[in-house]
Design a protein around this ligand. Structure first.
Ligand SMILES: [Zn+2]
Length: 240
């Protein structure tokens, strides 16, 4: 089971604070509370925890380094405090994306992850996710150069569009990624969650199928074992 959790700064920034009356104190208090709950969850057997999503890339893209609370260094401190003691018992993922309220983009032109890579490298996490499909893979070289140890999960399907990416399109993005990221550290994912109001389950389902089929195209080229994909097996297809 992979458990996704909101990050402390997003909770603290979203609620009315009648107790701490101080954003930094509120964030750290929520961080401690989340850490205790996540520790219980991991002790109960949860093997993968994904934090969604520290504001590191957003703040780095906006260049707001002077704020005493909303700055990259403090966001790194908060993340590491929230997951302290968990790594080793569970695989820790950090999700990043550029937002999708109601399936909409929130930037006129997509920002770059490049200014955020230093902060993301300092996270106590095993896997960092990067939105890549909607950005046309523009940051793949920077990500490959900047992230030398952690696993890198790239989004190979877009969460803003209903048109399902073909396996060939997915495979093309994977091939580009492999020029900069070694296969052993490359993980395939979606750009972001598709469960919000912008997309039906059917669209989301077939996008997942494309991820598996696209990966299989590349695995075949590399001589690696392919993953089963029952949804694309004629014996089980639901033609309407
Ligand atoms: Zn996201």
């Amino acid at each position: 089971m992979k458990f996704g959790s909101i990050t402390p700064e997003l909770i603290a920034m979203s609620v009315q604070d009648r107790h701490y009356k101080d954003l930094k104190k509120a964030i750290l208090a929520v961080s401690d509370a989340l850490n205790a709950e996540l520790a219980d969850l991991v002790d109960a057997g949860c093997k993968v925890v994904q934090m969604e999503e520290p504001q590191i890339h957003m703040l780095a893209a906006k260049g707001l380094s002077g704020d005493p609370v909303l700055n990259v260094d403090f966001m790194v401190e908060v993340f590491n405090n929230t997951v302290r003691g968990l790594r080793g018992k569970a695989e820790i993922w950090c999700h990043t994306c550029w937002g999708n309220p109601a399936g909409q983009r929130i930037f006129k032109t997509m920002p770059s992850y490049a200014p955020a890579l230093d902060g993301l490298n300092r996270l106590d996490a095993d896997v960092i996710t990067f939105e890549c499909c909607s950005m046309g893979g523009s940051d793949l070289e920077a990500i490959g150069k900047g992230m030398k140890e952690k696993k890198i999960a790239i989004g190979v399907v877009d969460h803003h569009t209903l048109q399902v990416e073909t396996p060939e399109q997915v495979a093309a993005l994977i091939r580009r990624a492999l020029k900069h990221i070694p296969a052993e550290r490359l993980v395939l994912s979606t750009d972001c969650g598709m469960g919000r109001e912008g997309m039906s389950r059917r669209h989301a389902f077939y996008k997942m199928v494309s991820i598996v089929q696209g990966a299989n195209l590349v695995k075949r080229e590399l001589g690696l074992p392919e993953g089963p994909c029952l949804a694309a097996d004629d014996r089980f297809s639901m033609v309407e």
